[in-house]
Design a protein around this ligand. Structure first.
Ligand SMILES: C[S@@+](CC[C@H](N)C(=O)[O-])C[C@H]1O[C@@H](n2cnc3c(N)ncnc32)[C@H](O)[C@@H]1O
Length: 258
């Protein structure tokens, strides 16, 4: 299959039929969390606008369908991963259970669950639960010999010891939601182009920490293209799959800027 390309298609079809078996070193999957439709609607609020941020058709499934879908794409990812490959799955409490269950059912070994502490998380308007400030990224491996660039991750850790040297990278990563110049915007409305664009720093740590230059990185749920963008920037080959044409086009545009 042609590398360094965006596939505007369903990921399961591409994973099953087009990608060479055992060719991928690293997968970052940021799948539907199945949380849409339950958000708090506050359109046009003077305190910041519409808080029902994720309300997308691709993010709504019945529970049984969601379990089967998760299992299907996780199984398909395993087929294309190298024997020493790693998979990272982004999740929140909405889809963490299904993600862990599918990884276990498919024989993956979970190595860490990274907690993303969102330093600019959205306010809790209901005041009926604790304010949600975290998402998670599950790291799992297919077999032995996985890549773990300990020193690179240590260098990337902003936390330092008293003597000025970097601390070991821990499993809690504090960084803001994607904002400012990094956030892709619709040219006509100036609204965020994609509702769940991940921060580049998150992908930088994962790609530099768990793959080497020249390795193949795959993202089955491309979105705004953060994974292929960072992969290309740091000399990795990439395959990104995105079902929605407007997002696939946005990825092409984003990549053309490197
Ligand atoms: C959570 S978002 C990914 C965001 C991405 N990580 C970023 O930084 O922009 C999930 C994306 O997967 C796409 N998607 C959903 N189901 C899909 C499927 N079956 N195959 C391919 N893409 C799919 C959606 O259109 C959406 O853009």
């Amino acid at each position: 299959m042609q590398l360094n390309k965006i596939h505007n298609a369903d990921c399961i079809q591409i994973l099953k039929n087009e990608i060479e078996k055992e060719s991928v070193q690293l997968i970052f999957a940021d799948p539907p969390y199945n949380l849409s439709g339950n958000g708090l609607k506050s359109t046009g609020s003077t305190t910041g606008g519409d808080f029902n941020m994720v309300n997308e058709d691709w993010d709504k499934m019945e529970e049984q369908e969601f379990i089967e879908f998760t299992n299907d794409w996780v199984a398909s990812c395993k087929e294309v991963l190298k024997p020493n490959g790693s998979i990272f799955i982004a999740c929140s409490y909405h889809n963490m259970g299904e993600s862990i269950m599918s990884l276990k059912l498919n024989g993956f070994e979970i190595k860490n669950i990274i907690t993303w502490n969102k330093s600019n998380a959205m306010p809790n308007l209901t005041r009926r639960v604790l304010t949600h400030t975290t998402e998670f990224v599950i790291w799992a491996v297919k077999g032995k010999g996985w890549i773990f660039n300990y020193d690179v991750l240590k260098e990337l850790n902003p936390e330092k010891k008293k003597d000025g040297t970097h601390k070991q990278m821990r499993d809690i990563w504090t960084m803001p939601l994607c904002q400012g110049k990094e956030r892709l915007r619709d040219e006509t409305t100036n609204k965020a182009l994609h509702p769940t664009q991940k921060p580049e720093e998150l992908l930088k740590r994962i790609i530099l920490g768990f793959s080497n230059e020249g390795d193949l990185v795959l993202d089955p749920f491309g979105g705004s293209g953060t994974t292929p963008f960072i992969a290309k920037k740091y000399g990795r080959d990439y395959i990104a799959i995105e079902r929605e044409k407007k997002y696939a086009d946005a990825i092409e545009m984003r990549l053309s800027q490197i």
